[in-house]
Design a protein around this ligand. Structure first.
Ligand code: ADP
Ligand code: ZN
Length: 767
């Protein structure tokens, strides 16, 4: 018998090993094994097995076929004679259950990523790390019976029986005794002291008050019924059967509900139903929305049956959470995109909240979109998938209209609360009146004043951190730019320096224009810091909180700022898009979008969609409780369809219909798939030359009209961190129509050593 494995060391290749007779019966797909590698012994994961007679079958993964070049490599397709044997099996229960291994293969194939790298993404580093262990500590349990004890020991035993046992180190504090006293109890046979596993609990210091299911509004009840029907339909007739029918999943359901319509309550009750069937659930939320508020809502309902995965976990916490999930102790997993790989046993339901969020897309290899992976995992495991959004992605909306996805709607806010009133403020008029660019219109200032007087709260949104966009010379027009990235520096007031938001580089503010020497070098544009300063000047009595990447770099500052705001100790919260999502503050009655134009003028065919989403989400933060909400959207393009749509009562659908029509005419996603190739290198000449050659070859290999290949062009972000960037965009009705010829081409003509190439299938960010 032979196996093909993925290793830690060379993740872009797969290797073959022989299986010793003694181990053959225990070998399973997805298992962790030890193999000899060069002069070392390393961990590897079994991705394929084959009986002795048959050669290891060809994976549908082109990287695998072209990249096997180890001593154990199979040349010309024949099986080599002298495979080295693998040494041992580390875990009899595979680390990667068969559905997850299938999922990994699909991702590797679809995104053009090496399978080894993809597996690395499925298993957290803390879990792959051999040196990580469960944490053990001494635990003291009392025993029944009567013993010959001193009076002090008798007291201690009574106390111990009262609390039922505990960790040695905390009991010594609780009973004010020495460890030796507790040990003497054990010596007399009255207690047992043994090492036990101590869970490193990311929620350890949170107070979690249990909640009960709310009586549902009629629309919520209908949506829940639809999800429950899907849960029931997929369930095997024989309840004892461990798994649903793979590949026979019910249709994914889009839960399309306006902001504040109670989607989360529907998720919670759907999850309860899955748990009632003895199955587990995964809830994906955008990382930025993974606030204590969100976690709290799930923890309150499901207690310690939940596991939380997010980027701020320590390795120990991550290790323990992963193993709690794998062992079935935790059955509800809440986390950002990587949680879609959680090893939940017998998965019953996957929920993707805010499914339209671009942050579900991973921006390094494998470049997967967790929303799409969720749908695929549901398909493989035969379980329903619920995608929730107030502003669905065009891809999802088209799938609904094609009947591929089912639709459940929540058109009203809970308890009949009104949607906020949205006013568009034409900043051209404001600027003309003041004679220069304004950050705050008089209308918005008036509205803020009113909230301060009434003791209500406001949220202001500005998608640029820092103080000013740039430094511009009033006499020669020179703009201070980062040399490594050729984009304008942002001025940061706190440390009075210029920072590049691409590479993080900085320099001191020049005292005069470097081009013409004029000392009147001036700030242009506005960032959150400047907005804060202006607000403080207008409303000296107001407490203003600022929230952006500059203040939330510390681990808990994000949570702290939100809890200050929630407690009412601040009147105005100003921030970047990190405040646009998911926040639910009952006392917020005013939302101001300081500039709706930032996202509109991105060189991206999704600019209108993004702007609409952003405006609808931000507006959704207002008037979520009894107090009605009001929204002011400041813009220099008040007639733009995305701005108009976000302000009108017509809602999402007419906007989506127009947007889809434009995409269809232009041949853009979701009517085509888009593959973005980015080439990077220090020599612009070489990058351009390589890109142009690929564009020519691709146009020949994948000719129109089946595939549209763009010219090789400088990327919108043409230079970053001293590397020049060129792009080729491919569009076709099916991704594989592009990736197949592309991989064949790359196998024949790999890029030169000093030019790197990234393939992004279904790219969301084409900067
Ligand atoms: P969404 O996720 O759709 O924006 P939420 O789930 O955050 O909406 O719900 C908005 C608010 O309404 C929350 O405070 C939630 O507790 C409350 N809510 C949800 N469903 C109900 C219900 N059936 N009855 C009363 N309040 C509800
Ligand atoms: Zn830079």
């Amino acid at each position: 018998m032979t196996v093909r494995v993925a290793t830690e060391i060379a993740a872009d290749k797969l290797f073959d090993y022989a299986v010793p007779e003694a181990l053959a019966a225990r070998i399973r797909l997805g298992q962790r094994v030890r193999v000899p590698f060069g002069g070392r012994t390393i961990d590897a994961y079994v991705v394929e097995t084959a009986e002795d007679a048959a050669p290891v079958s060809a994976l549908p993964d082109l990287f695998t076929l072209s990249d096997r070049s180890d001593a154990s490599d199979t040349s010309d397709g024949a099986r080599p004679r002298n495979l080295r044997p693998l040494l041992s099996i580390e875990d009899d229960t595979p680390f990667l259950a068969p559905p997850l291994l299938s999922l990994a293969r699909w991702i590797a194939d679809y995104t053009c990523a090496p399978l080894g790298l993809t597996l690395r993404c499925l298993l957290p580093a803390a879990v792959r790390n051999r040196d990580m262990r469960a944490k053990e500590q001494l635990y003291v349990s009392p025993l029944d019976g009567s013993f010959d004890l001193t009076p002090r020991q008798t007291d201690l035993l009574a106390n111990l029986r009262r609390v039922g046992g505990g960790w040695l180190h905390s009991l010594t504090r609780e009973f004010a005794c020495s460890p030796q006293t507790l040990r003497s109890l054990a010596e007399k046979g009255a207690a047992v002291i043994e090492p036990r596993q101590l869970r490193r609990d990311p929620l350890a210091n949170r107070k979690v008050l249990p909640t009960r299911p709310l009586p549902l509004m009629p629309e919520q009840a209908a949506a829940l019924a639809q999800i429950v029907a899907a849960l029931e339909s997929g369930a095997p007739e024989d309840a004892a059967q461990p798994c649903r029918v793979p590949g026979k999943a019910p249709k994914p359901i889009l839960l399309f509900g306006v902001t504040g319509s109670g989607k989360t309550e529907v998720y919670l009750q759907a999850i309860s139903h899955a748990l009632g069937q003895g199955r587990g659930a995964i809830i994906l939320v955008p990382e930025i929305a993974l606030t204590p508020q969100t976690v709290q809502r799930f923890a309150s309902r499901f207690g310690d049956r939940i596991a939380v995965l997010h980027s701020a976990l320590s390795d120990g916490e991550r290790f323990d959470e992963w193993h709690r999930i794998r062992s079935g102790k935790a059955v509800v997993v809440v986390g950002p995109r990587s949680a879609v790989f959680a090893p939940v046993r017998d998965l019953g339901l996957i929920v993707v909240d805010e499914e339209h969020e671009p942050s579900y897309k991973q921006d390094e290899t494998p470049r997967y979109n967790a929303r799409d992976i969720a749908v695929m995992r549901g398909h493989i495991e035969g379980c329903p998938v619920v995608l929730g959004s107030a502003t669905p992605a065009m891809e999802t909306w088209l799938n609904v209209s094609k009947g591929k996805y089912a639709l459940a709607r929540l058109t009203k806010r809970v308890e009949g609360r009104p949607m906020p009133r949205v006013h568009i403020v034409d900043m051209r008029v404001e600027t003309a009146r003041a004679g220069h660019a304004q950050l705050f219109s008089s209308l918005l200032l008036e509205a803020l004043k009113l909230r301060l007087e009434r003791g209500e709260q406001s949220i202001l949104f500005l998608n640029r951190r820092g103080y000013a966009n740039s430094l511009v010379c009033p006499s020669c027009g020179h703009v201070a730019e980062c040399d490594a990235c050729n984009i304008a520096y942002t001025y940061h007031q706190a440390d009075t320096c210029l920072r590049c938001h691409i590479c993080g580089g900085w320099r001191h503010v020049p005292t005069a224009c470097p081009a013409c020497g004029d000392p009147a070098f001036k700030y242009a544009g506005f960032g959150t810091q400047r907005a804060e300063t202006i607000l403080q000047k207008c409303f000296p009595q107001a407490r203003v909180l600022r929230m952006d990447a500059d203040v939330t770099a510390r681990k808990h500052s994000h949570d702290e700022l939100l809890s200050i705001f929630k407690s009412g100790r601040a009147h105005i919260l100003i921030g970047t898009q990190m405040i646009a999502k998911g926040l639910d503050f009952p006392n917020v009655t005013l939302v101001g979008v300081l500039s709706a134009d930032t996202s509109l003028h991105m060189p991206d065919f999704r600019a209108a969609e993004r702007t609409y989403q952003l405006l609808a989400q931000v507006s959704g933060r207002a008037g979520r409780a009894e107090l009605p909400g009001e929204v002011f959207v400041q813009t220099y393009t008040p007639d733009h369809p995305a701005v108009r749509a976000a302000a009108s009562d017509e809602g999402f659908e007419p906007f989506a219909a127009r947007e889809l029509e434009e995409r269809r005419e232009g041949g853009y996603p979701p009517y085509t798939h888009l593959v973005c190739l980015t080439l990077k290198g220090a020599s612009e000449e070489k990058v351009r030359f390589t890109a142009e050659a690929y564009a020519r070859d691709l146009a020949r290999l994948a000719p129109p009209p089946a595939v549209l290949v763009s010219d090789a062009c400088p990327a919108p972000l043409a230079k970053a961190k001293n590397l020049y960037r060129y792009q080729i965009l491919l569009r076709a009705p099916a991704a594989r129509a592009m990736t197949r010829p592309l991989l064949r081409l790359l196998a024949q003509t790999p890029p030169p050593a000093d030019v790197s190439l990234a393939i992004d299938v279904d790219a969301l960010n084409i900067m």
